[in-house]
Design a protein around this ligand. Structure first.
Ligand SMILES: [Fe+2]
Length: 271
């Protein structure tokens, strides 16, 4: 299969000031305390702290103009279209895209896509992209000295079944450095996109792994205001879905709207 470039890693923009981790952690703590105080004062704050300074390029990464309503039918004349038959079952297994087996810890990640009433969201195009086990993306901007894996591209997709379920087989991604500050490392994560029923509805977020020691240090994870929302991005180890002699199981449900909605990236606005 041809190498498909995955999306740009977060290291596209090295911050010019290169603060220390200690400074970044102090900034995160101060902003969390400030937002908690404002909420305690009765202020309504968004679930994401925009212009979150510890995430140095965040100003470039969210809309600064008022959102505009668009006609989905007009968008569909231009945007990608797909159907269930366009997605092959094998695309949900990122370990089968090349002649050999990729290196690393094989995992299966499964869960359900749900709406705010807990109803399954069937027939959803779910796309994932991720670094390899060494923390390296196949992307020309990711040149840090970790090996590429010739047997791992790091992109997969599927369509949820009638019960809203999805299941990917892949390799546990490694943490990687990203130049936000000195010695900045992203916690291991898998990027997820849920397409919706039209391109204008696409939601993008990240799934993390339980117990990652980098959580407290990471400005992207901490730009999400509440611990509850941050926790909802962390998959649970699921021994019932660990496949004997084959893979570690993780479970992660995605709620696409309502008060329990899984946090998604600000590019798409608040829901
Ligand atoms: Fe990433």
């Amino acid at each position: 299969m041809a190498e498909t470039p995955t999306a740009a890693p977060e290291s596209l923009l090295a911050a010019p000031d290169q603060a220390t981790q200690q400074q970044i952690t102090a900034e995160i703590q101060a902003l969390h305390e400030e937002s908690e105080a404002r909420v305690a004062n009765g202020e309504q704050l968004p679930r994401t702290l925009y212009d979150f300074a510890p995430y140095r390029s965040s100003i470039l990464r969210h809309p600064t103009k008022n959102p505009k309503l668009v006609d989905p039918e007009t968008i569909e004349l231009w945007s990608p279209a797909y159907g269930q038959r366009d997605v092959a079952a094998i695309e949900a297994d990122l370990t089968l895209q090349h002649a050999g087996e990729p290196l690393g810890e094989r995992i299966t990640v499964h869960g359900r896509v749900l709406d705010s009433w807990g109803r399954p969201v069937a027939n959803q195009l779910v796309e994932i992209w991720q670094a390899n086990a060494a923390g390296r993306y196949i992307h020309q901007r990711d040149q840090h000295p970790a090996p590429l894996d010739p047997n791992f591209t790091g992109a997969g997709r599927l369509v949820t079944n009638d019960r809203g379920e999805y299941r990917f087989t892949t390799i546990k991604p490694g943490p990687y450095p990203w130049k936000n500050h000195v010695n900045a490392w992203r916690p291991a994560h898998i990027h997820f996109s849920i397409f919706g029923s039209a391109f204008t509805q696409r939601l993008v977020t990240q799934m993390y792994f339980p117990g990652d020691p980098l959580f407290a240090l990471d400005p992207i994870y901490n730009s999400i205001r509440t611990q509850k929302d941050r926790d909802a991005l962390v998959a649970a180890y699921d021994h019932d879905h660990t496949v004997p002699e084959f893979s570690m199981g993780y479970r992660w449900d995605i709620v696409v709207d309502g008060p329990s909605a899984t946090w998604t990236e600000p590019e798409e606005g608040e829901h």
